[in-house]
Design a protein. Structure first.
Length: 539
C-alpha cells in the first residue's frame, strides 16, 4: 500500500505545478457544475397552499412556515403561497393553530377600521351584514369536515310604499366531502337561522362547491318519509356496530362483513284510556230533608130553628166536631262518585317490525383458527356459534320474523367497494414526468460537461502520446523525398505549448495517415516504406 501511494504521489509530481493546477481547476469546475445542476433540477415541486391573500397575511404565513422548517414560495402575483408537494395538510394545520390567514371571511374586526366621521347609515348596515357573514362563515368552518364556507345574507327591509315587510333569507356555499356536507347541511341551516334575527330555517339554502343543492325550502327532517328513512338507517347502523363489536376481537375487523335490513314502523300513535273502578266509591254529596206537620181542626155548628128567622133574635150556637193530626218525615240522599282513571299516551318513537341480517366470514381466518382440526364439521360448528353470537348481539326475535344467516366464504380484494384499477404504464409515466425530466436533464448536463470539458482538458494535460509505429515522422519522410524544396519553416517556439499538445492528441493515427498517403500517391508511399525498411536493416 505505501508503494502504491508513493507511485501516485510521484505521478502527480511528474505532471508539474502547472498541470496540477489545471487539473484541480477542472475538477472544481466539474463538481460545481454538477452540484448546481443537481440542486436546480432536483428541487421539490410546489403546490398551492392559499390564493388571494393580502400581503400582511403572506408575510405572517412566511414567518410561521420558516420557523416550522417548511419550505415555501410566493407566486409572482404576491397573493399566492406555495409549499412543497405533500406538506399542504401539515402547513394548513399549523397555520390554523396560529389563526392564519385572517384576510378571508373578515368578521367584526371590520369595525376596527371604520371611522366615526362620514359614515352613513347605509355603510353601517353593509358593514354589519359583512361582519355577520364573516363570523357565521368562521363558525361553519369550525365544523368537522367543512374546509371552506361562504355566507350571503339578505336582511329584512321595510320600504315606505310596501305593505308587508320583506323576510330575511340566506344562502351558504360549503366545500367538503359528499358525506360531510349532507350530514352538516341541516345543522348549518339552524345555525344561520339562529344567528340572524327573524330568519327561519326554511329560508336558508345550502349548496356545496360543485353546485349540488343540499337543503332548501321546508326542513326535510320534518317530513314523515325522511324521518322513516333516517330511523331505518340509524337502526341498521346501530345493529351493524353491535355485530362489529362482538366479532372484531375474535375474527378481526377485516375478516367479516355484516349487512342489516330493518323494517321500522314510525307511525305516530295517540292512545286515550279511561278506567272505572267499581270497588272504589267516594261520597260526592249527602242531602238530608226533615219535615214535621201538626194539624188541628175544629168546626162550630147550629141547628136550624124558627128563632133564626125572627128579627133581633140571637140564636145560640153549639160546638161542632174537633180533630187534630201530627206527622214527622225524614229523608236522606247520598250521592257516590265511582273512581275512574284517564290515560292519554302520544308516541313519536318507532317499532322494529322485522330484521334480516346477513354475515359473511372469511373462511381462511376460520381455518387458521382451527388449525389442524379444520374439518367441514368443525367449520359448521364454529359458524353455528358465530350465528348464536350474532343473534344475541342484535336482539333477534324469531317469533317476529327476524332472520339471520352466517356463511363462510373466501374473501377477495376490494370488498369495501369497487376495487381501484392499478395505474398503467402511461399513467405512472405521466405522474412522474417531472421527476423523469429532471433526472434526464441532470444526466445530459453531466455528460456534456464530462465529454466536452473534462475529456479534452485531461487529454491536454496528459501530454503527447507516442506513435504506434516506430520510425521517422510523417513530416521527416516528406522532407526526405525528392521533389521541390520545401519552404523554410518558421522558427520553432521553444517548448511545446498546450495548444500544440492538444493538436498532437487529435492527430490521426499512423495507420490512418499511411492509408491516406496510399490513396493520394502510391509511388511516394512505396518509396517511404522502402526507406523505413532500409533504416530497420541498417539498424
Amino acid at each position: 500500500m505505501p508503494e502504491q501511494l508513493n507511485a501516485v504521489v510521484q505521478n502527480l509530481k511528474d505532471f508539474g505545478p502547472r498541470r496540477l493546477a489545471m487539473m484541480g481547476g477542472v475538477i472544481a469546475l466539474v463538481l460545481s457544475v454538477i452540484a448546481i445542476a443537481s440542486i436546480y433540477l432536483n428541487r421539490p415541486a410546489y403546490e398551492t397552499l392559499y390564493v388571494g391573500l393580502e400581503r400582511a397575511d403572506v408575510n405572517q404565513i412566511g414567518l410561521v412556515l420558516g420557523e416550522a422548517g417548511i419550505g415555501f414560495d410566493v407566486a409572482a402575483d404576491g397573493t399566492t403561497v406555495l409549499v412543497p408537494t405533500g406538506t399542504t395538510a401539515q402547513a394548513r394545520m399549523l397555520l390554523a393553530e396560529k389563526g392564519l390567514p385572517t384576510s378571508s371571511n373578515a368578521g367584526y374586526e371590520l369595525f376596527d377600521n371604520v371611522g366615526s366621521l362620514g359614515l352613513t347609515s347605509f355603510m353601517q348596515q353593509i358593514t354589519r351584514v359583512r361582519a355577520l357573514e364573516g363570523e357565521i362563515a368562521r363558525t361553519i368552518q369550525s365544523i368537522a369536515g367543512i374546509r371552506a364556507a361562504r355566507v350571503h345574507i339578505v336582511m329584512s327591509e321595510r320600504a315606505n310604499f310596501r305593505r308587508d315587510e320583506q323576510k330575511p333569507s340566506a344562502s351558504v356555499v360549503i366545500r367538503a366531502s359528499d358525506a360531510d356536507s349532507r350530514r352538516a347541511a341541516s345543522s348549518i341551516r339552524h345555525l344561520v337561522s339562529a344567528a340572524v334575527p327573524g330568519l327561519n330555517a326554511e329560508d336558508v339554502t345550502v349548496l356545496d362547491s360543485s353546485g349540488t343543492l343540499l337543503a332548501a325550502g321546508d326542513d326535510p327532517n320534518n317530513s314523515s318519509l325522511s324521518r322513516s328513512f333516517g330511523v331505518e338507517r340509524d337502526v341498521e347502523m346501530q345493529i351493524e356496530d353491535n355485530i362489529r363489536r362482538a366479532l372484531a376481537p375474535y375474527l378481526g375487523p377485516d375478516n367479516f362483513r355484516a349487512s342489516v335490513k330493518a323494517e321500522v314502523n314510525t307511525d305516530q300513535r295517540q292512545t286515550e284510556e279511561t278506567i272505572f273502578d267499581p270497588e272504589s266509591r267516594v261520597e260526592r254529596s249527602i242531602q238530608t230533608v226533615r219535615a214535621n206537620e201538626n194539624n188541628n181542626q175544629k168546626s162550630a155548628g147550629s141547628t136550624t130553628t124558627v128563632e133564626q128567622n125572627l128579627p133581633e133574635a140571637d140564636p145560640t150556637t153549639t160546638e161542632g166536631p174537633q180533630s187534630s193530626s201530627q206527622s214527622d218525615r225524614k229523608e236522606e240522599t247520598t250521592n257516590y262518585e265511582i273512581n275512574s282513571k284517564r290515560i292519554a299516551t302520544v308516541s313519536n318513537g318507532y317499532t322494529v317490525t322485522r330484521m334480516s341480517i346477513a354475515v359473511v366470514v372469511n373462511r381462511d381466518r376460520l381455518t387458521a383458527i382451527l388449525g389442524a382440526d379444520a374439518t367441514p364439521e368443525k367449520l359448521g360448528e364454529r359458524i353455528a356459534e358465530i350465528q348464536k353470537l350474532v343473534a344475541s348481539a342484535t336482539g333477534l326475535n324469531e317469533p317476529r320474523g327476524d332472520i339471520v344467516n352466517v356463511s363462510a366464504v373466501e374473501f377477495i380484494d376490494g370488498l369495501d367497494g369497487v376495487p381501484l384499477e392499478e395505474p398503467g404504464i402511461m399513467a405512472s409515466v405521466g405522474q412522474h414526468a417531472g421527476t423523469l425530466i429532471n433526472a434526464a436533464a441532470f444526466i445530459v448536463v453531466v455528460f456534456l460537461v464530462a465529454f466536452f470539458g473534462l475529456r479534452p482538458m485531461v487529454a491536454a494535460i496528459g501530454g503527447q502520446a507516442k506513435p504506434a509505429i516506430a520510425g521517422p515522422s510523417f513530416e521527416e519522410v516528406q522532407n526526405s523525398l525528392p521533389g521541390p524544396e520545401p519552404a523554410e519553416a518558421p522558427p520553432a517556439i521553444a517548448g511545446p505549448t498546450p495548444l500544440d499538445e492538444l493538436r498532437q492528441k487529435i492527430r490521426p493515427a499512423p495507420q490512418d495517415r499511411l492509408a491516406r498517403m496510399v490513396d493520394l500517391n502510391e509511388e511516394r508511399t512505396a518509396l517511404i516504406l522502402r526507406k523505413w525498411a532500409h533504416q530497420e536493416q541498417a539498424a
